[in-house]
Design a protein around this ligand. Structure first.
Ligand SMILES: Cc1cc2nc3c(=O)[nH]c(=O)nc-3n(C[C@H](O)[C@H](O)[C@H](O)COP(=O)(O)OP(=O)(O)OC[C@H]3O[C@@H](n4cnc5c(N)ncnc54)[C@H](O)[C@@H]3O)c2cc1C
Length: 57
């Protein structure tokens, strides 16, 4: 995830740059990890991004 298409795959909502309707909602949104278990962060981002998708329909 990032704000610059040149150095990231998706925007901050998990939407793949250059595509109108392709979202990533799993752990691959953060290819590097912190020092702690990731599942709660993965789930929180999935809920956040899914909420954004439903609002943008
Ligand atoms: C041994 C182990 C222990 C772990 N313990 C912890 C822990 O204690 N706490 C913690 O927070 N994290 C833990 N993790 C990490 C956590 O499991 C992962 O970070 C998390 O499950 C990743 O979620 P995900 O949805 O990105 O991928 P996944 O959970 O791997 O889900 C991917 C899904 O996609 C499906 N799939 C794959 N290819 C296709 C296809 N072509 N078509 C359709 N479906 C497909 C798979 O069947 C799978 O259901 C552990 C990981 C491992 C391996």
């Amino acid at each position: 995830m990032g704000t610059d298409a040149a150095i990231s795959v998706t925007d901050s909502w998990g939407k793949v740059w250059g595509h109108d309707n392709l979202f990533v909602c799993d752990a691959s949104l953060h290819p590097t990890n912190g020092g702690y278990n990731p599942v709660l962060t993965i789930m929180a981002m999935a809920f956040r991004n899914a909420n954004h998708i439903t609002k943008s329909l």
